[in-house]
Design a binder for this molecule. Structure first.
Ligand code: ADP
Ligand code: MG
Length: 259
């Protein structure tokens, strides 16, 4: 069989167009058979890896792309850099552990959640991002159409599910119970990265029911890492830098924000 034909049959879509270049380079560098084979297969592997990551990121429905490298840890001293470093090793994904990012608006909760999810996608995991509002719309619609079970099942497939903005809007009983069912489904199966502006003490209020809130927290926290960000909003810092606000925050409001 012709080489081109073999490559085609083996579906090596990335090596195919690069084959001449890879061969020429091998001749130029006087490579041995093994080295040449490594280069050729790496070319195919790189192409597949990049395509896989791109398609996982597309399916993830991230509102924007942010990386850990873009996150300035020095700006938020309340975040333990060691904890973030440990999370970037993605051990939490394999162990189906959760990450809870708490703090006031603008401190980088969504940024960190996205950045960790992107890392997971790059490592080959399926990821999905939903705000609480998107999640509720999806689950309520499925319940109305008598296919809630299927929707909950599908929401267990991503290895990392980001649930953003828990706590901004209070939930009614139906919503809280849908939320509980999702958490129970993913419990010990797959990770959740959750962001909230409310401390755990206020969760009874968010879910309108302390018993349900306790049951939800119990499962979320059982295997988890909580990062409590206490600091100034990065958005406000940027506005201040641009001269749109006063030079430095009034000391009192900083203390309030840090509560
Ligand atoms: P939150 O979700 O806590 O309200 P975001 O993650 O949306 O905050 O952050 C607000 C904006 O500020 C985003 O554009 C984010 O990328 C940026 N940002 C926040 N914290 C940091 C940081 N420590 N370093 C770099 N950018 C940051
Ligand atoms: Mg946010």
């Amino acid at each position: 069989m012709e080489l081109e034909h073999l490559i085609d049959r083996l579906k090596m879509d990335y090596l195919g167009p690069q084959l001449d270049a890879v061969c020429e380079q091998a001749a130029k560098d006087d490579l041995g058979y093994r080295e040449f084979l490594v280069n050729a297969l790496s070319c195919e592997w790189q192409g597949r890896y990049q395509k896989g990551t791109q398609s996982r990121l597309k399916q993830a429905r991230l509102p924007w792309l942010k990386t850990l490298e873009q996150f300035d840890l020095d700006f938020q001293p309340s975040i333990d850099a060691k904890v973030v470093r440990e999370l970037t090793t993605l051990g939490f994904v394999g162990r189906a552990e959760n990450i809870l990012l708490l703090g006031p608006p603008g401190v980088g909760k969504t940024h960190l959640a996205i950045a960790l999810a992107v890392k997971a996608a790059e490592a080959g995991h399926r990821i999905l991002f939903l705000t609480l509002e998107q999640l509720m719309t999806k689950l309520k619609k499925s319940a109305q159409e008598q296919r809630l079970d299927l929707a909950l099942q599908q929401l267990t497939y991503p290895k990392v599910l980001v649930l953003d903005e828990i706590g901004y809007l209070p939930m009614n009983r139906e919503e809280a119970s849908l939320f509980f069912r999702l958490i129970a489904r993913r419990y010990e199966r797959a990770s959740i990265i959750l962001t909230s502006n409310k401390s755990f003490l206020d969760w009874g209020e968010i879910f309108g029911d302390t018993v349900l809130a306790t049951a939800i927290l119990d499962r979320l926290l059982h295997h988890s890492t909580t990062i409590n960000i206490k600091g100034e909003s990065y958005r406000i810092k940027e506005k201040r830098k641009a001269g749109l606000l006063g030079k430095s925050p009034p000391p009192k409001s900083t203390a309030e924000e840090a509560d």
